[in-house]
Design a binder for this molecule. Structure first.
Ligand code: AMP
Ligand code: MG
Length: 396
C-alpha cells in the first residue's frame, strides 16, 4: 500500500481496487463457461466479461473521481443495440452480486463471496451465477464499495434488500465519462487480450491515468498469470501497479505478497529473451525474430497475450517486446488503452518503451498513438541495439 501523503496515493488505491474486483468478475464469468464471444462491427471479439468489467471500473471511478473522463474500450451503444439484447441481459445478471455487496455479511480477507449466499428477493431479482472461488487475499466487499447515498428505505444496522439491477444502469456505467478527454483522464481496457481470455490463456484488466499527456498511475491485473515466486508454485493471479516516480510493484493475489519490480540487469545479458503476442497477425513474427537474432538473443522467445507482456519484462521474465506492424497493410494505429498501463509499469521498473523508430510514445493524441509506429519495450539495456537492428534490417 502506498503512503497516503504521496502524490496520486488515492488514484493508485482506487485503480488497484477496481481492477482487482473487475478481474475477479472476469474469472467468475470465465469459470462459469460464459466467456464465449460476440463479434463487434470491426470483427474483434467482445464478451460479457469485457462489458461487465468496464461497468464495474467506471462505477468506481465515477464515485471516486466524478470529474474525470474515462476512455474505455467498450461502447455502450453497441451493447444497447437489438442484436446484443441477450448479451446485455447476461452482463446484468452476472454483475448483480458484484454491485450489491451490501447484501453480503462483511468478508474477511481471503474469503470469497461464494462463501455466503446472497439473500436476493425471490422473483424480484434475476438468478445469481455461481461465483468463482479464487481464494484471492482480497476483501471483495471493500473493493466493490462505492460511496453512494443510501436508498430511502434502508435502515441503519440492517442490510438493504437486493433489488434487480437495471440494464439501463449497466449501460450508463459503461458509457460514464466518455464526454471527451480533457487534460486529465483515465484510459481503460476492461479485458486486454480478449482472444486469450476466450482461449483460456492470458489476459489483463488495464487502467491508466493520463495527465497533461503523461502517464501518472497504472494498474494491470492478470488473473491467470503464474506468480513465479519461490514457494508460490501453482499460484496464479498477479496485479502490477505503478505511479510515476514512485516505482512499480507486483502483488500476488492469492498470497497477498507484494514486491518491487525490477528489470533484468545487464549482467544477465546471456539469458535475455524476446516476448511477442500469441496472435501472429498483431505483429510481424519473422521481423521480430530477425531483430532478436541480430542483437544476439539466444533463449527461445515467449508468446503471451495482452499487456501482461510489459509486466513480464518488468519482473525479469523477458527482456524485449517487439510489436512491429507489417509493411503490407495500411497502418493500424495502436490504442492508448492497449499500452498505457504497461508502459508506466515497465518504465517504473527500470525499462524503456519507444516506437520502432526510437521515438517516445505520445499519449497526447486522443485514443490512438497517432505519432508512433510499432512498439519496442525493453529492459533498457538492449533498447538502442534493438532500434538499430530494426533500422539496419530496413523495417519500416
Ligand atoms: P496482444 O495480445 O498483445 O496481441 O494484444 C491484444 C490487442 O491487440 C487487442 O486489444 C487489440 O486492440 C489489438 N489488435 C487487434 N488486432 C490487431 C492487429 N491487427 N495489429 C495489432 N494489434 C491488434
Ligand atoms: Mg485491448
Amino acid at each position: 500500500m502506498s503512503h497516503p501523503t504521496l502524490p496520486y496515493a488515492q488514484e493508485r488505491e482506487v485503480a488497484l481496487r477496481c481492477t482487482i474486483a473487475a478481474a475477479h468478475f472476469c474469472e467468475t464469468v470465465r469459470q462459469s463457461q460464459a466467456s464465449n464471444a460476440f463479434s463487434k462491427p470491426d470483427h474483434s471479439p467482445v464478451t460479457i466479461a469485457d462489458y461487465g468489467a468496464q461497468a464495474l471500473i467506471c462505477r468506481t471511478l465515477q464515485a471516486a473521481f466524478p470529474a474525470d473522463p474515462v476512455m474505455g474500450e467498450e461502447d455502450a451503444q453497441l451493447l444497447a443495440s437489438p442484436p446484443m439484447a441477450d448479451c446485455l441481459q447476461r452482463v446484468t445478471r452476472y454483475l448483480q452480486p458484484y454491485v450489491q455487496p451490501y447484501v453480503q455479511p462483511p468478508l474477511t480477507p481471503g474469503q470469497d463471496i461464494a462463501g455466503s449466499p446472497t439473500p436476493i428477493d425471490s422473483g424480484a431479482a434475476p438468478s445469481v451465477p455461481t461465483l468463482a472461488n479464487l481464494n484471492w487475499q482480497v476483501n471483495l466487499a471493500e473493493l466493490l464499495e462505492v460511496k453512494t447515498e443510501p436508498s430511502p428505505d434502508s435502515q441503519p444496522g440492517h442490510p438493504q434488500r437486493a433489488t434487480a439491477l437495471d440494464p439501463q444502469q449497466v449501460l450508463a456505467w459503461i458509457s460514464h465519462g466518455r464526454s471527451g478527454l480533457g487534460d486529465r483522464f483515465w484510459t481503460l481496457d476492461p479485458i486486454d487480450g480478449t482472444k486469450g481470455y476466450v482461449r483460456g490463456d492470458q489476459y489483463a484488466v488495464a487502467l491508466a491515468l493520463i495527465e497533461g499527456g503523461q502517464l501518472q498511475v497504472a494498474a494491470i491485473v492478470a488473473p491467470a498469470l503464474p506468480v513465479n515466486l519461490p514457494g508460490s508454485e501453482g499460484d496464479r493471479g498477479v496485479a502490477f501497479v505503478a505511479v510515476r516516480g514512485q516505482g512499480a510493484q507486483a502483488i500476488a493475489l492469492k498470497s497477498g505478497q507484494s514486491w518491487t519490480l525490477r528489470v533484468n540487469p545487464p549482467e544477465q545479458q546471456a539469458n535475455f529473451r524476446l516476448i511477442e503476442s500469441v496472435e501472429r497477425d498483431h505483429g510481424t513474427p519473422a521481423w521480430q525474430q530477425a531483430v532478436a537474432a541480430a542483437i544476439g538473443l539466444q533463449v527461445p522467445s515467449l508468446q503471451m497475450d495482452s499487456l501482461a507482456k510489459y509486466g513480464a519484462i518488468a519482473r525479469g521474465e523477458a527482456d524485449l517486446y517487439l510489436r512491429l506492424p507489417s509493411g503490407n497493410s495500411t497502418l493500424r494505429w495502436e490504442n492508448i488503452w492497449d499500452h498505457g498501463a504497461g508502459v508506466l509499469v515497465l518504465e517504473e521498473a527500470g525499462g524503456r518503451v519507444t516506437d520502432q523508430t526510437g521515438k517516445p510514445l505520445d499519449f497526447s493524441q486522443g485514443t490512438k498513438l497517432l505519432n508512433n509506429k510499432g512498439i519496442v519495450a525493453s529492459n533498457g539495456t538492449l533498447h538502442e541495439a534493438a532500434i538499430a537492428a530494426i533500422r539496419a534490417q530496413g523495417i519500416e
